[in-house]
Design a protein around this ligand. Structure first.
Ligand code: ZN
Ligand code: ZN
Length: 343
């Protein structure tokens, strides 16, 4: 899958031609103050339903976060509609030509409390007063400045397989946890140092940069479009790549290789490996790093116990699961006690 951003007219034409009758998957987000999210939601739904848009869109008082698919032939119409909304005019879109056509089956536009579940109390600060967006060139420049502190706003299982050289990578399971940790580490430099942050696609930094400005940091910068957009610019403009390893992504690919270095270890044997898998025991489903030889030995499971359960007939496994919650699913990614080489 290739990502396209900020297309020139010619690039867009080529992309639409390539897509033909296909659909495009598009994602974008924007923090903005929306007075009546319900009304805005209805406005979007009516227009997009007519344009045969499918997808999952969240609207809140704080903005919009959209993942959707649009028939390639109707892209111009879709874009014109977005440009008609003042805070979405010329918004950066992540666009890919959809191959399996299975991303979305319906159009769902939902009003939520938040567009990103961040656990923060919004009323304390203004999310639209965010840090300065920087592109890959400026970002490279900033992070080679000794007066800069570079912070990775992602979680431990993401930074474990790849991050920027020299970045602080807080050992956290959630975004909310990382904010005070970083603030405490940097509290003596609020005025002098450059605080530069990045995440996967940029959305977490939108919030984090506003938070840090509110907390008194003077020079706050964020990588626009995150690692995804950085990688694209590095390739397109032949810039020096300062990201090592893989970028963890939230679709079926799991991760995108950005440099050849393997910076992580198999959680079971310690061999160099950066491939995330989920434990094959459905009652566990733990996300962890497993090398091919451990995968074979453990039958794709995280522990001997899971291996035993996984070997049972399916009906028996189901009976065992009954009434039990799947505790590893979300917050214990890669943290299980059974893994000897977890980071
Ligand atoms: Zn291994
Ligand atoms: Zn397991």
């Amino acid at each position: 899958m290739q990502l396209y951003n900020k297309l020139s007219a010619r690039e867009r034409e080529a992309m639409l031609e390539e897509a033909g009758e296909d659909r495009l998957t598009i994602s974008f987000y924007q923090y903005a103050k929306i007075g009546n999210p319900e009304l805005f939601r209805n406005h979007l739904f009516v227009a997009w339903d007519e344009q045969e848009v499918l997808g999952r869109i969240y609207v809140a008082h704080e903005g919009i976060n959209a993942q959707l698919s649009v028939p390639a032939k109707r892209f111009d119409e879709f874009k014109a509609f977005l440009d008609g909304i003042y805070f979405l005019k010329d918004i950066r879109l992540n666009i890919a030509i959809e191959q399996d056509m299975k991303s979305f089956l319906k159009l769902k536009v939902k009003v939520r409390d938040k567009i990103l579940a961040d656990g923060l109390d919004d009323k304390t600060f203004d999310v639209t007063k965010k840090g300065e967006h920087v592109n890959a060139v400026k970002f490279n420049e900033l992070i080679s400045n000794p007066n800069t502190v570079l912070v990775d706003m992602r979680n431990h299982y993401e930074t474990e397989i790849g991050h920027f050289q020299g970045a602080i990578t807080p050992d956290v399971d959630t975004f909310r946890e990382s904010l005070p940790i970083i603030e405490n580490d940097l509290k003596d430099f609020k005025e002098e140092k450059n605080l530069v942050m990045y995440c996967t696609g940029g959305i977490r930094c939108e919030k984090a940069s506003a938070y840090y400005k509110h907390r008194g940091f003077k020079n706050v910068y964020q990588l626009e479009g995150g690692i995804i957009e950085y990688t694209r610019q590095v390739k397109e403009q032949n810039l020096e790549n300062k990201f090592i390893g893989k970028n963890f992504v939230f679709d079926h690919r799991r991760a995108e290789k950005i440099s050849d270095e393997v910076i992580a270890k198999c959680h079971q044997c310690g061999a160099a490996c950066d491939t995330h898998v989920n434990c094959a025991n459905e009652a566990c489903h733990l996300l962890f790093i497993q090398c091919p030889s451990c995968a074979e030995k453990m039958n794709n499971c995280c522990s001997d116990k899971c291996k035993e359960i996984h070997a049972l007939p399916y009906e028996e496994q189901k009976a065992l699961r009954k009434g039990k919650h799947n505790s590893n699913k979300i917050f214990k990614k890669g943290r299980s006690e059974v893994l000897k080489f977890k980071a």
